[in-house]
Design a binder for this molecule. Structure first.
Ligand code: TXA
Ligand code: MG
Length: 310
């Protein structure tokens, strides 16, 4: 069913281990235009192209630079996106005019089976309206797009819960991280340990044009900082609280989500976007949130929280 819709030029929401994607045939320009329309996404914000196998990359992208090959081998299938030279079959619309195309091999078994059956790769941004929180369940997708979509492939809740890490080989031979994500920076550093390369985090990355400051905005303001401080200054308002571990002494009337009772950052990442959706739909007028530890997936989570806060 999902394959039929895609072959006919329609849009299908696909599960991935990171977030749900809004997918179309990456070779079909009209179908790709429909993605931008449906998401109300500006055309300057390029799309990631998904495929099932590293051997299929050469259909639509240039080769992986030798220094990134070990990373690709160890992280794919998985939450990693690499920028590669754009092949001829990819319309510049997909890459917003860039000579580089973002490529990913996702790990979710349903989507891998789908990709294996299709004679084309899938262009897919996250399946949410532009500027809103990314979806990590089929229900999140249905709530925004419902029957306007050809099909929603329900693969359950996303196992990683935060978007892929985007990298490219930079000018000076450095591995640049354009967006921190589901592959922790520490893992990239480990893989590169025996090469003279360094990893840099492009911190104001307008280079990944989707990295607009307010990209993950919840519907109500989010304030990020030390919780006890925030509670002192904003405790009189209608607040909701988002923390890593449970906060003691909060009034039971305050909507509160602890992302992981044992402080596990994988579990916390899995819960982050659902939690934001839940709290923005609560009766609160402001969300008070604390930053995560700056390690592992905490780095990507802080990136999203900072965007949500600005
Ligand atoms: O985990 C993910 O990456 C999910 C799943 C569905 O694969 N996709 C996702 O797509 O997060 P999206 O469109 O929400 O974010 C893609 C990011 C954007 O910030 C965009 O600017 C950047 O990737 N990007 C895509 N193509 C690019 C290119 N050619 N050059 C630079 N940045 C690019
Ligand atoms: Mg997105």
């Amino acid at each position: 069913m999902a394959a039929d819709v895609l072959i006919a030029g329609g849009l299908v929401a696909i599960p991935t281990e990171t977030v749900y994607g809004l997918a179309a045939n990456a070779y079909d320009t009209e179908a790709v235009v429909r993605i931008f329309d449906m998401k109300q996404r500006p055309l300057f914000n390029p799309l990631i192209v998904h495929t099932s196998d590293i051997n299929r990359l050469s259909d639509f992208a240039g080769p992986i630079p030798p220094v990134l090959q070990e990373i690709a081998k160890q992280c794919w299938p998985g939450p990693l996106t690499i920028l590669l030279p754009r092949g001829e079959r990819i319309d510049p619309l997909v890459t917003a005019g860039s000579a580089l195309v973002a490529v990913r091999i996702p790990a979710h078994s349903l989507t891998r089976k789908l990709l294996e059956r299709l004679p084309f790769p899938l262009a897919a941004p996250s399946a949410n309206l532009f500027g809103t929180v990314s979806p990590t369940t089929a229900q999140h997708v249905a709530a925004q797009f419902g029957d306007r979509l050809g099909y929603i492939l329900d693969g359950g809740p996303c196992a990683v819960g935060i978007e892929s890490t985007i990298i490219k080989l930079g000018e000076k031979g450095l591995v640049e991280i354009l967006r921190p994500g589901g592959i922790p920076i520490e893992k990239l550093v480990d893989i590169l340990a025996y090469t003279p390369l360094q990893v840099t985090l492009a911190n104001n990355a307008p280079e990944a044009p989707g990295m607009l400051k307010s990209h993950y905005a919840p519907r109500i303001p989010l304030l990020l900082g030390d919780l006890s401080q925030l509670l002192k200054t904003h405790g009189h308002r209608k607040i909701a609280v988002l923390s890593l571990q449970p906060v003691r002494g909060l009034s039971p009337h305050i909507p509160h989500i602890a992302l992981s009772s044992r402080g596990d950052l994988h579990e916390a990442a899995r819960n982050l976007f659902s939690a934001l959706r839940h709290l923005e739909n609560s009766e609160a007028e402001v969300i008070l949130a604390e930053p995560m530890p700056e390690t592992g997936l905490g780095i990507a989570m802080n990136d999203r929280l900072q965007r949500a806060a600005s």
